[in-house]
Design a protein around this ligand. Structure first.
Ligand code: NAP
Length: 343
C-alpha cells in the first residue's frame, strides 16, 4: 500500500480507504451481507488499508462497523460524520457519544461536519458566523475531552471555508468532497486551491462516480431507483456525455491491461490535493479489483489525456456550483438540464 499524511504529518493514511455507506443498506445501495463486510475489513488489514469512513447518516453503517471491528479497532483510523443543524459543543457531544456507542470505541480519529448548512437544503438556512465559531469550539473541546483526534469538514466550498478563523483553518485537516474523472466541481471553483494553501487535504468520495467509471453501465442499462437515480450523472443529458468519457478510460485500460476502475482510481490518487480515495464497497471482488489500482502505472501522456477528458467534460457539461445529488442542487442550476428536484 502507499500512504500519505494528513494535518502536518500527524496521521498516516492509505491512499485507498474504505467507504462504508454501502454497509448501511439504506437509500438504494441494496442489501448488504455482513459476512461479506467481514471479508472486506479483513482484506483491508491484509492490504494495509487503514482508513474507514462512515457517518451517523448512513443507516446501520456505524453499528455494523462496530461489530466487525471487534478486536481489530487498533488497526484502523475511523472517520465518521455529524449531520444535523447544530454544531455547538453540547449537541456535537451528544451526536458523537451515539456514534462512539455504535462503533464500540472510546474515540474517533477524524470527526467531520457532513454538510455545511444551506438555505436550499434540509437546513433551510445558510451557515452563519455563530456556526463557524461553534464548529471550531466544539471540535477543540471534543479533542481536549479525548473523544476525537482530528477534525474535518465535508462538502465545504471555498466560500464556506473562507469564513473560518485562521486558527480554525489550522485545526481542520481534511475536506471530504466528491472528486473523480467525472467530477471536478470542487477543483474548478477553487476550493482545491484554497485547501492546498491551508494544508487541508481532500478525502475524495465517489471516486468511481458510484460505479459509472467501472465501465459496467451502458447507454441502455436500466438505472434502479435509489442512490444512482438521485445522482445527476446517471440522468440525461449528462449520462450519455459521461459514457463518452468512460469510453476514453476503457481505451486506456485496454492499452495497459488494467480495468477502467483501476485507471480512474490511479489517476485520482496521483493528485496532490487528494490524500485518499474513499472507495465504497459492498462486494469483496469489486474492492479487490479496485485496490489493485495502486499497483498499476499510467504514463504522463495517459495522465494528461485523462485530465483533458475530465476537464473538458467538467467545463462543457457541469456547472461549477452543481452538487452530485439532484436533491442538493439549486433549482436554477437544474433548470439548465431540464431536471427537477425530487422534493
Ligand atoms: N461526505 C459525503 O457527503 C459522501 C457522499 C457520498 C459518499 N461518501 C463516502 O464515500 C464512499 C464512496 O463513495 P460512493 O460509495 O458514493 O461511490 P464509489 O466509491 O464511486 O462507488 C461505489 C460503488 O460502485 C460500484 N463498484 C465499485 N467498484 C466496482 C467494480 N470494480 N466493478 C463494478 N462495480 C463497482 C459498487 O456498486 P454496487 O454496490 O451497486 O455493486 C460500489 O458500491 C462512501 O461509501 C462514503 O463513505 C461521502
Amino acid at each position: 500500500m502507499q500512504y500519505k499524511y494528513l494535518g502536518d504529518n500527524q496521521i498516516k493514511i492509505s491512499k485507498i480507504a474504505l467507504g462504508t455507506w454501502q454497509f448501511g443498506g439504506q437509500r438504494g445501495w441494496g442489501s448488504f451481507d455482513i459476512s461479506e463486510g467481514q471479508k472486506i475489513i479483513d482484506y483491508c488489514i491484509e492490504r494495509g488499508i487503514n482508513l474507514l469512513d462512515t457517518a451517523e447518516a448512513y443507516g446501520e453503517s456505524e453499528n455494523i462497523l462496530g461489530g466487525l471491528l471487534k478486536g481489530k479497532r487498533d488497526k484502523f483510523i475511523i472517520a465518521t460524520k455529524i449531520g444535523g443543524n447544530n454544531f455547538d459543543y453540547n449537541t456535537a457531544k451528544l451526536h458523537l457519544e451515539k456514534s462512539l456507542k455504535k462503533l464500540q470505541t472510546d474515540h474517533v480519529d477524524l470527526y467531520q461536519i457532513h454538510w455545511p448548512k444551506m438555505k436550499h437544503l434540509w437546513h433551510r438556512e445558510d451557515m452563519g458566523r455563530k456556526d463557524y465559531e461553534n464548529i471550531f469550539n466544539a471540535m477543540t473541546r471534543l479533542k481536549k475531552d479525548g473523544l476525537i483526534r482530528f477534525a474535518g469538514v465535508s462538502n465545504f466550498r471555498i466560500h464556506h471555508l473562507k469564513e473560518f478563523s485562521n486558527e480554525a483553518l489550522d485545526f481542520i485537516v481534511s475536506n471530504q468532497v466528491p472528486y473523480s474523472v467525472l467530477w471536478r466541481c470542487y477543483d474548478v471553483d477553487q476550493t482545491a486551491e484554497f485547501c492546498e494553501l491551508n494544508n487541508i487535504s481532500f478525502l475524495a468520495y465517489s471516486p468511481l462516480a458510484q460505479g459509472l467509471l467501472t465501465g459496467r453501465f451502458e447507454k441502455n442499462t436500466e438505472i434502479q431507483e435509489g442512490v444512482r437515480k438521485a445522482n445527476i450523472l446517471f440522468n440525461e443529458p449528462l449520462y450519455s456525455k459521461a459514457l463518452e468519457v468512460v469510453k476514453g478510460i476503457k481505451n486506456i485500460a485496454n492499452q495497459i491491461g488494467a480495468t477502467p476502475s483501476q485507471v480512474a482510481l490511479k489517476w485520482a490518487m496521483e493528485k496532490e490535493i487528494v490524500a485518499t480515495l474513499l472507495v465504497g464497497a459492498r462486494k469483496l471482488k469489486h474492492f479487490e479489483e479496485n485496490v489493485k489500482a495502486v499497483d498499476i502505472n499510467l504514463s504522463p501522456e495517459q495522465i494528461n489525456h485523462i485530465d483533458k477528458l475530465s476537464l473538458e467534460f467538467q467545463k462543457e457539461h457541469l456547472l461549477p456550483t452543481l452538487e452530485l445529488w439532484i436533491g442538493n442542487c439549486l433549482q436554477e442550476d437544474l433548470d439548465k438540464y431540464g431536471l427537477k428536484k425530487p422534493w
